[in-house]
Design a binder for this molecule. Structure first.
Ligand code: ISE
Length: 337
């Protein structure tokens, strides 16, 4: 492909607007050709700031707009399936924010559509795979220097949760990142999930089970524990310590500038994911644009999105029933081998 890749951005909420800025200002070889959002005023305002960008309230109209050659989906998870199926039908490559679909059934339908199309078109926005520290940890584990991995100890904290956040979303929208990171870092599937929750934090909105402790068992015999705490109050923290038979490694301590003043020492804590993972998002989008222009799909696939959704489903059942719940995975289709 020559020239710039014309992209339709579907959903211009917090993440969609961030991606529009990234495509417009920090991504060579790409341009935002169309934007769609249910909020007509917002989408018009965003399009007005971009050269040659059309605004729509109907996402299907955005896919059909002149100059659209690829799609970035950043609408809420439950809206993903419909637009993914439409994009696949049109043969358009897609970068879809996580979760691919909140439930595994929807992800299976996306995989079926790709198989009918005879090729992969969808990449899932698991941006941690593009974070420099995660990449280093993955490379270190691959050398075998830490021995066989025994544990991943993960902490995932948000300063506060949005008003629409539910107890299920702590698993399906937040821990889904650790699920993907664990599958990718260890190169293993998650086989069972157990969820424990303490009495909710007083800072959590009424009725929200926050925090939760999610335990994942993997096919290679490792255990992953994830503290998810989305109203921790003090900032955004994502920490992962891998413990192997002969060593451990930890990422996410966020070593910022060390300030010593007035008898104290300290540094800053990022306040949200658009800051902590800004470089990872940039790299993810740049790599997706480059690969798409070469006619390739290189990032996490619909299979990865499906596997993560299957683990979320088991996690939700585990929390409701208070029991260890096995993960049910369909056979992996040839296309994703
Ligand atoms: C949000 O959607 C994200 O993807 C963030 O990375 C995560 O920390 C947050 O909990 C999610 O709601």
């Amino acid at each position: 492909m020559s020239g710039t890749l014309g992209i339709a951005v579907i959903g211009t909420g917090k993440m969609g607007a961030d991606h529009v800025r990234r495509l417009d200002r920090r991504t060579a070889g790409a341009r935002v050709a169309a934007v769609a959002d249910l909020d007509g005023d917002r989408v018009k305002e965003i399009a007005a700031g971009l050269d040659g960008c059309a605004a729509f309230t109907d996402p299907h109209a955005a896919l059909a707009a002149p100059g659209v050659e690829a799609v970035l989906v950043a609408s809420p998870g439950p809206a993903h399936e419909e637009i993914l199926l439409a994009a696949i039908e049109r043969g358009l490559p897609v970068l879809c924010e996580k979760p691919l679909t909140p439930e595994p059934d929807g992800a299976l339908r996306v995989m079926e559509a790709e198989q009918r199309a005879g090729r992969r078109l969808v990449q899932v926005g698991f941006m941690r795979r593009h974070d420099a520290e995660y990449e280093q940890l993955k490379a270190l584990l691959a050398t075998g220097a830490l021995g066989r991995p025994l544990f991943l100890h993960c902490r995932h904290r948000n300063a506060s949760s949005p008003s629409f956040f539910t107890s299920d979303m702590l698993i399906s929208d937040s821990v889904v990142h650790e699920v993907d990171a664990a599958r990718w870092l260890l190169d293993q599937e998650v086989t069972a999930v157990t969820v424990l929750s303490p009495a909710p934090s007083g800072a959590a909105p009424e009725g929200l089970r926050d925090p939760q402790l999610v335990l994942l068992e993997t096919s290679g015999g490792a255990i992953v524990d994830v503290e998810i705490f989305v109203n921790c109050g003090f900032g955004y923290q994502v920490v992962c310590e891998a413990v192997g038979e002969s060593g451990s490694a930890r990422i996410g301590d966020g070593q910022s500038v060390l300030v010593q003043s007035a008898g104290r020492w300290g540094g800053e804590i990022a306040q949200d994911y658009t800051v902590r993972f800004a470089d990872a998002y940039d790299r993810q989008v740049r790599r997706w644009v480059d690969a798409t222009r070469r006619g390739r799909v290189t990032g996490p696939s619909a299979w990865d999105g499906y596997a993560a959704a299957a683990v979320s489903e088991a996690g939700l059942a585990a929390r409701r029933t208070g029991t260890r719940t096995p993960v049910v995975l369909a056979p992996r289709p040839e296309l994703y081998a």
